[in-house]
Design a protein around this ligand. Structure first.
Ligand code: SF4
Length: 470
């Protein structure tokens, strides 16, 4: 994790950025509308989501068995499986494969896991050039930026920003950046040369099918297919939770993934790789390596945050989240932003690495409502907040406040007296039941919205009065 300023300072800067706000509103609004329309067309959407949740729960309960089955199938097809406990192990495997082949150029399709383990940096340190081939990731790499959404990495960029970048960094002519199709065609011409020259293609994995040993990548650009088929060697990076038992289970996930992500029935390319090139075939990689990455997932699976591993990375929870919509992905300072990341990042790396993220939510529950596998993100955020207080990681004033409340709540007389005192003391600040300004530390709240004024007579007093009157 970087030493960037804390979430609230980054959030304030992002919320004040009008251009970012406009870009976020446009893209998240479009994706939300697409999702709603696509799911409304499905006659069995709710039942399908329930079924998908059961499949994910079952798979993770029997993860060891399905991973073993998957590994046996991949190796029976001629592939090689590597087990990586940590990010460093996973990176070492890929670097070793690349250096053994004296690779000079790696092309990559989009993989959040490769961001999580910081693969590009390690390959570059080993003298290997890495080219991102997903258009958004290509732009991010060119600009030395970071993705800010798990589906649309350049949600924070405008068309004009990309045109300037292409002119400055790639020498694009005016006709190359005249509109989005021209820019796409320009990038495609550049990338095609890289695909043909690459020694290795590195891809992520949306799903691994245990019964067949297949690797499934879901993309909207042909780059995923070119990455996994054109270079002579394919390395697939797969988080251990990305397994599904059978092709039937895969179908359930595919019916939900694109609909929840972009509103498409299916993404443009659903690429299913089952083993490397076979004897007699004329194309496809001669070598296939699947790197199964744990990096904290086993520990997560054993705890109260295990449910976050059901995630199929659709991004719907980001698009609906009122916090993400206002501040965008960079504010989370995490590979996985939004509600998903607010659980997954502390889950994988520990609360101390991301103490702010569980607070970055209104707990409105919208993320749970749109999640195709009905992950109860708010429940886990509350659990993380509890752990944060227990571990002494929250702000000092919250810890003191919780202690003071616990002390008062166990002393009814003192509690009632305190409530009456707050009601009387706050009366001069209240207007029509609301307070517009509060002193620090509550001023953070009233900087953006009013606070309901405490009742002058607390509920306990009214209740006692009513009982006496009976
Ligand atoms: S948590 Fe649910 S809504 Fe969010 S990305 Fe994962 S599957 Fe999609």
């Amino acid at each position: 994790m970087s030493q960037a300023p804390a979430f609230d300072r980054r959030a304030a800067a992002a919320a004040a950025d009008a251009k970012l706000g406009e870009a976020l509103r446009f893209t998240t609004g479009r994706l939300q509308a697409g999702r709603a329309a696509a799911l409304a067309e499905l006659p069995d959407a709710d039942a399908l989501r329930d079924h998908a949740r059961r499949v994910r729960a079952h798979t993770l309960r029997h993860l060891g068995r399905y991973l073993d089955q998957f590994a046996v199938q991949v190796e029976a097809l001629g592939g090689t499986v590597h087990w990586a406990t940590t990010a460093a192990d996973a990176v070492a495997v890929v670097v070793e494969i690349a250096t053994r082949r004296a690779a000079r150029l790696v092309v990559k399709s989009k993989s959040m896991l490769s961001e999580e383990i910081e693969l590009n940096h390690a390959l570059e340190q080993a003298g290997i050039r890495v080219v991102e081939t997903d258009l958004g990731e290509f732009i991010v790499q060119l600009a030395r930026d970071r993705p800010s959404h798990i589906i649309t990495p350049i949600v924070h960029w405008t068309r004009e920003d990309v045109a300037v970048l292409f002119r400055q960094r790639l020498g694009a002519a005016e006709q190359d950046v005249a509109d989005i199709p021209a820019m796409t065609a320009f990038a495609r011409r550049l990338l095609r040369r890289e695909f043909l020259a690459a020694d290795i293609g590195v891809s992520g994995v949306n799903f691994g099918v245990a019964s067949t040993g297949s690797i499934v990548t879901v993309t909207n650009e042909g780059n995923g297919r070119l990455t996994t088929t054109t270079p002579p060697l394919h390395v697939a990076l797969m988080g251990i939770e990305r397994i599904v038992p059978t092709v039937d289970d895969l179908e359930v996930m595919l019916r939900l993934l694109a609909r929840s992500a972009t509103g498409q029935k299916l993404s443009v390319y659903t690429n299913i790789v089952t083993g490397p090139r076979r004897d007699g075939e004329v194309d496809g990689p001669r070598e296939l390596h699947v790197v199964l990455v744990d990096n904290g997932r086993s520990t997560l699976l054993a705890g109260e945050l295990a449910e976050i591993l059901y995630c199929i990375r659709c991004g719907a929870c980001l698009n609906i989240c009122p916090v993400y919509q206002r501040v965008g992905g960079h504010t989370y300072d995490s590979v996985y932003p939004g509600p998903l990341g607010s659980v997954l990042t502390p889950g994988l790396h520990g609360l101390a690495a991301a103490p702010d993220l569980p607070q970055a939510s209104t707990l409105c529950g919208a993320c749970r409502d749109v999640c195709p596998v009905r992950i109860d993100i708010p429940r886990m955020l509350v659990a993380l907040r509890t752990s944060s207080v227990q571990q002494g990681l929250g702000p000092g004033w919250i810890r003191l406040g919780v202690k003071a409340h616990a002390w008062l709540a166990s002393r009814p007389r003192a509690y009632r007296a305190a409530l009456r005192a707050v009601g009387v003391a706050s009366a001069p600040l209240a207007r029509q039941g609301w307070m517009a300004r509060l002193p620090w530390p509550l001023s953070g709240w009233t900087a953006h919205r009013d606070f309901p004024a405490p009742a002058r007579r607390p509920f306990s007093a009214l209740w006692a009065e009513r009982r006496r009157a009976r």
